[in-house]
Structures are given as C-alpha cells and as structure tokens.
Design a protein around this ligand. Sequence first.
Ligand code: ADP
Length: 497
Amino acid sequence: MTEKFKITFKRLTRALGILNVLFGIAAAGYFLLSLGGYFHISGQVFILWFSFYSVSNAFFIFYFCLFENEKLRVQLERKVEERTVELSKKIVDAYNLRKALLNLAEDLDLAKKVIEEENSKNKTLLESIGEGVVVVGHDSEILLINKAAREMLDLNPYETIGSVFSESFALADENEKELADEELPVSRVLSQKTTVSTTIGHPYYFVNKKGSKLPVTLVAAPVYFGKEVIGAIIVFRDITEESKLDRAKTEFVSLASHQLRTPLSTINWYTEMLIDGDVGKVSREQVKYLNEIFKANRHMVELVDALLNVARLETGTMVVEPKMADVSELIQSALAEQKAEIVKKKLKVETNLDKNIPPMNIDPNLFRIILQNLLSNAAKYTSEGGIITLSAVIKKSGEKFGGRGLEENSLCVSIADTGWGIPQEQQEKIFSKFFRGDNVRLKYTEGTGLGLYIVYSVLEKLQGQIWFHSEENKGSTFYLTIPATGMRKIEGTMALT
Ligand code: ADP
C-alpha cells in the first residue's frame, strides 16, 4: 500500500467520521422533533442516513483493521527487530566468549606443553646427575629420587616413592655409629630448619639392608614454600674412592710420624744430656748451639705430635674416656702449663670461673688439649703486657653466649686476649688444616697451623662447638661449649697426645 493512498484514505475516513457525527446529531434532532410531532421523518431519509452511517462505520472498521493492524504490525516488527539486534549482540558476545575460551584453552595447552617439556628436561637432568638426589616431604616421605640415589642405596624404583626415606636403610656417622631418628640429617633439617652437611674428612655411611656400608658426603637443606618448610632436599656423593685415598694418606702420615717420633725423642734426650754436662764439660758457645738444636727438635716433636693427632682424628681411632672431673681445676692446671710464656711476656691473666660449675663427665686429656691450644695461642699471639681473660660458666639452653643462642645446657668457656687478632679476610679459614695468619707468620715462625684444626675436630666429635670474634690489632675471643651432660665415651684405639 503506497503512502499516498494511506494518507488519502485516512483523510477520507476522518471526513466521513465528522459527517457521521453531524448526521448523527441531525438524525437525533429529527427524531426528537418527530416525537414531538413537529416534524415527520420520512423512511427514505432514514434509510439514506442509515446507509450512510453503515458505510462510514464500514470505513471505520476497515480503517481500524487496516491502520491499527498496520500499527500493531509495525510495533511488532520493531520489537522483533530490537530483539533480533539484542540476540545478534548476544550471539556476537557468545562467539567472542567462545573465541576467548578457545584462546585460553590454546594458551593453557601451550603452557602445559612448556611445563611438560621443563619437567621432562628436569627429570632427564636429575636422572643423569652422578650425585644422589632425594626430595622428601615434611613426614620424611620420598617425593622424588633420582637414578644415582636409587642405585647407591640399592632401592627398588617402584617402591621408593611415598616410603619414608630412612626406612630402607640406616645412616651411620663418621665413627660408623648408627644415628638415632632425631639425629638424621633430614630430621634435623625439618626440625631445626638448618642445612646439614658432611665433608670427606667426616663422612656419613649409608648402611643398606644387606649390611654394606657406603661412605658419602651429603648436604641436606630445607625446601621452602614462602616462609614455611615443606620438605628437604638431600644431595649425596659416593666417596668410596676418596675415602680410600684419604685413609691411605692419613695412614702414611701416621706411619711416618711414628717413625719420626722415636729418633726425635732420642735427639731430645741426648741434647738435654749434653746441655746438662752429663757427658763432659761443654763451652758456653756449645750450650748456645745445643739449645738451638733442642728448641728446633722440640718444634719437630710438636709438629709430629700434632700430625699424629690429626691422623688419629681422621682415621677415627681417637679414644674418648670421660670421668667425673672438677672443671675449674682442669682449667687452672691448663693455665699453669702456660706459666713460662705468660711470665716471659709479662701477660696479665684474669680468670672468672663460676663456683657453681658441678663436676662433669669429661675426658681430662682432651679437655687439656683443647684449653692448652687456645691458651697457648692467646699467649703466643699477644704482645708483652697484654691481658688474657679466661671465663667458665654453665648456661641454660636458649641463653646467649658469645652472641649465639645455646641449643642445650652447656659448659661455656671463653678465652679472650688483647693480641694481634686474625685478619678479617682470613677468618673463615681459621679452623682449616695448616692455616696460619699472614699477620703472625713472620713474627712467630714456629706454629704448625694444626692446633685449631685439632680443637675443632675434637669438639665436633664431642658434640661441642667453637667460634670466635677477632679484630686485627685489638684481640680475639674464642668461645667453646661442651654439653652440660658431659662427653660421650668413644671406644677408639689411640688417645690424643
Ligand atoms: P699455630 O698456632 O700453631 O699456628 P693454630 O691452629 O693454633 O696453629 O692457629 C692457627 C692460626 O690462627 C695461627 O697461626 C694464628 O694466625 C691464628 N690464631 C689462632 N689463635 C689466635 C689468637 N688468639 N690471636 C691471633 N691469632 C690467632
């Protein structure tokens, strides 16, 4: 239907409407007048009016059907259109969402592949490492174990994951004594959150079910998730060959030292006899030279003794024979041994020995060796007129000593001097074998560099600790602790001298 027709039709309907109303009013007038007898309405006029009325009504109905329906249709169409737009928007959104999800899935797939690749790389890497690597959870259950570890520990690859690490074998310390559960490196790492390590000189032994022992050096460290320790990683290396070599070297040193000890004692003895004039008169000049021989020989004896002690410590043949002893008395007697040097150098000695130290289960010989080394160092490396301060006290677990918190009730001994100190850059080497500080090497040529190594190794075997603070040209303080429960007996074959 054209627009023009619609407008014409609308106008016509409107005009007919008006005429219809006018005719209606006129008809009503006629009707009323005819009722009053004023006017008589003829049948033709009525028919004419009625026809006209019907036609105009027909127009109205047609108009209504045509235009109102059209209006409704248009409204409906508009709504349909709106809904269609809405729906297409939703379809587009859904399409975009699907696309985004597909992209996400693709990304995830890619990330998964990268992770899988990384995983397989790490696994290959881990499997090909010669060192044994084991990762355990917080209940010591094995989460990961590589081929080298399985082979070294003789473990079945299918039964190990999930089993408790220490269940399949035992671990023994350097003295080949089996460690209790709480002493195991993994237990210590998990409970104390510290790293535990062993060295070639002090290996651990894995003992498998068949009883065979495997010497290893190991490092056990905590695995953190944020600040929480969620497990431990243990890396260990089979050191059978290195141990054999080390043992052979130590045995050689031990043998050579033994062989040297006898002739040196002979020289010592005969030089003393010559100096004393036991075999005839010697001139003053001769005494001077004999004294030099005697001094040099004594240095050789000290060196040989130290080497023998090192050999005994490293071959694990050192005896520990604790007995109830008065700690203060042992300290006083170790101090008396240094009297000659102290008097010669006019050193002042201050002692703070707590009267409440109870008798302790201590190997007096080992305690003397430890104190004698530390006191002789304090005396040797302090200039004339310096001060040596010696203190001993029992402290409780958790209390501070020498800047550290104590892990258990301990006998705490400190030896401080106002001497030459240890150069800052060399301090980390101080407990290693043959170390001598650059600042003392020329001033005091007779040192062996073995004393502190021996002290450290002995204390390690006795569950004791040693550390120090030192500043060059100001002095040093050495701190040592021994568990208040005393020393544990070790059935070695040789005592240190
Ligand atoms: P030695 O005294 O025979 O050289 P030690 O092992 O006892 O061997 O000591 C190693 C080195 O540590 C010494 O040579 C010295 O450099 C340094 N040292 C040890 N104690 C002290 C001290 N109290 N003051 C300064 N230096 C020290």
